[in-house]
Design a binder for this molecule. Sequence first.
Ligand code: SF4
Length: 393
Amino acid sequence: MSVRSCVPSLADSATNTLPSGLGLYIHVPFCLQKCLYCSFYSVTNQPDLYNRYAAAVKEQILRFAERSDIQAQQVHTIFFGGGTPSILGSDLLTRLLKNCFLNFDCAPGLETSLEVNPATVDQAALHELRRAGFNRISIGVQSFDDRELEVLGRVHSAADGIRTVQMARRAGFSNINLDLMYGLPDQDKHKWQESLQQALSLQPEHLSLYELTMEGNTPFAQRYDRGELRLPEEEVVLAMVATTEEMVTAAGLHRYEISNYARPDRKCSHNINYWHNASWLGLGPGAVSSLNGCKIKTISDVECFCQPGANKEERETLDNEAAFRETVVMGLRMIGGIGLEELEKRFAINAISYYGTTLDRLIAHNLVTIEEGRLRLTGQGLLLANTVMAELV
Ligand code: SF4
């Protein structure tokens, strides 16, 4: 299934400027149990690995911190994602965050995010994490309907989701994201509106709203192929998308990326850095770094990752043209699109001449537009974003 989205709101300058500095991502590949729709690499029931994992991440931090190109840049965002980072517990997470602060040149007041799943943290842990320096929490609630959560194979209830947001507020987090999914089996527009309304009533600063995608080799895809799951028809999903824009905008959040909405000063700087295809360092099993035109992928296998001193990284250098196309496709995810002059400065390639008739055709079909020197998806283009990007990648 493709990402189908709705009409864009206006671009703003904060998301349009190429970020300076480095993003730091730490991948935590552990989960309590595997959700039935998930195709990401993660392992379950391996708490004996947590300490070895943390030691291996520290080893990677120390190694990268010695590089002169890393020392020359300030870290502007830190993001612990997964997996379910919160199952590591507050002590290990605090230690890892301290290692980042100690070994990299971190900008004062940098955005420091942690992904949390409901039912994996308590009040004391959230207080400790806030004190340690995490200032943004991203909570994977996915739905506020218990039946939907059960179908998805999530470990938590709707009440757990609400409680986690309330505990995060009490712990002092003033920057909270909620992840929700729509287009779920047997979900109709009304059920989606109820989940979204519940999310909005918790007054999050940020929402990430994704359409469920059917990924091969998941229990979900197998059930779907056997005819055991009934997904909403396309027009129902389009109605969900339309109601999303209305409800979220009325609540004071604005769409700034295909799937992301935020209050004006609460966009996720870490992800904006990715969408600009700027520089970041990715540590932990399966994480990818993008540094000076070079991609460095850390081995996905957590057991191998935990072996001290083992060679864990593969390098791939992208040629200028491939990096240019990647940057165009990433940049189009943002509602404000991508500046053509900035692109030409970075890659010495003029996007209009480079894409030629392909771009003419996309413009003629009202899927992309060029306004004020920026190439961006139109409302129609956002609905067909995957198709448009396949033409440009
Ligand atoms: S918690 Fe997230 S990463 Fe883990 S199995 Fe579920 S969807 Fe996948």
